[in-house]
Design a protein around this ligand. Structure first.
Ligand SMILES: NC(=O)c1ccc[n+]([C@@H]2O[C@H](COP(=O)([O-])OP(=O)(O)OC[C@H]3O[C@@H](n4cnc5c(N)ncnc54)[C@H](OP(=O)(O)O)[C@@H]3O)[C@@H](O)[C@H]2O)c1
Length: 285
């Protein structure tokens, strides 16, 4: 999802884009030798580390898989950055928090993950901050983006609405902060120019429930006839426990005068209108 926007946002930079799939330079972050070799060969000024095991339920069912990619993979990258002096940007998650706080979480709250994905991402944070001096750890919220590759909540709900599913049941007891992946990368671009290394929260402004997001998608898609029923998450048992709240506030960016993240509804509308609807229409042709 986030990777889709790198070449747009960093269009003025020399980029080497890696992935596990065709069309990119192949690099599996679980391979310490390959990671070090690639970083030594290319001597990047900055490594933007977006690779992760992001399927929260798969991580719960296969913890070794989660730790291998999110913790050991991150260690491989951090050690390569240590070796070459590159600055590392590591994307973490609101899922490092337990979820019982009423106010949005700030950078000074103590993490306590509610599932294995969160534990593995927090381990990645600890590895980065203990091995490096020049790093940014950026915690994002509910990711929005990816267009036709969007397999997360917004993509799923928008597809169901466009397929005519009515009514739709959506949980109203889980809270978070939507984060448009494109806005996140522009925020990271700003942060990188500041040189203010450290840990940051970076989400679109405001917080909401999954139900609120579904209502906003319905409005943006102009589908007022669809009924959205608020339901409890107990009705949707999943392998990984989810925190009640994953809402974040960008406190450190605010205090440093760097926070330019727009309200989540505005970002969501732009994503739906300019990207998701266009890519879904193209798929149907
Ligand atoms: N998605 C969210 O809601 C969310 C929220 C907060 C933070 N984040 C964080 O944001 C970052 C970007 O995630 P995203 O949202 O863009 O998720 P994503 O679309 O799942 O992207 C993760 C990418 O990493 C690749 N990958 C997985 N294992 C790899 C490995 N061993 N070596 C190289 N590449 C590997 C994946 O490839 P495959 O698809 O082939 O596995 C995928 O392309 C991650 O650090 C994630 O933890 C995500």
């Amino acid at each position: 999802m986030v990777g889709s926007y790198v070449s747009t946002v960093f269009s003025n930079d020399d980029l080497l884009l890696t992935d596990l799939v065709d069309g990119f330079v192949f690099l599996d972050i679980r391979d310490p030798v390959a990671v070090l070799k690639k970083v030594r060969e290319t001597q990047p000024q900055v490594v933007l580390h977006l690779a992760a095991a992001t399927d929260v339920d798969r991580c719960e069912q296969d913890p070794d898989f989660a730790y291998h990619t999110n913790a050991v993979g991150t260690q491989n990258i951090a050690l390569a950055c240590q070796d070459t002096g590159a600055t590392l940007i590591y994307i973490s998650t609101a899922g490092v928090f337990w979820g019982d706080k009423v106010e949005p979480y700030i950078e000074f709250d103590t993490p306590r993950p509610a599932n294995i994905y969160g534990v593995s991402k927090l381990a990645g944070e600890q590895i980065v901050s203990s091995l490096l001096q020049r790093y940014y750890i950026v915690r994002a919220g509910w990711m929005v983006g990816g267009g036709n590759k969007d397999k997360k909540f917004v993509g799923k709900i928008a597809r169901l609405m466009l397929e005519g599913k009515n009514p739709l049941s959506v949980v109203d007891d889980k809270w978070g902060s939507p984060t448009y992946a494109k806005d996140l990368l522009y925020g990271i671009h700003r942060l990188l120019q500041s040189g203010y290394y450290g840990l940051y929260h970076m989400v679109n402004a405001g917080c909401c429930s999954r139900y609120d997001v579904a209502l906003a998608i319905r409005d943006a898609l102009q589908q007022p006839e669809i009924t959205i029923l608020p339901i409890s998450s107990d009705k949707f048992p999943l392998p990984a426990p989810r925190a009640r709240s994953e809402a974040l506030r960008n406190l450190k960016m605010e205090l440093l005068g760097l926070d330019a993240m727009r309200p989540w509804r505005q970002a969501l509308n732009e994503y739906l209108q300019k990207e998701l609807l266009t890519s879904l229409a193209a798929l149907r042709r």
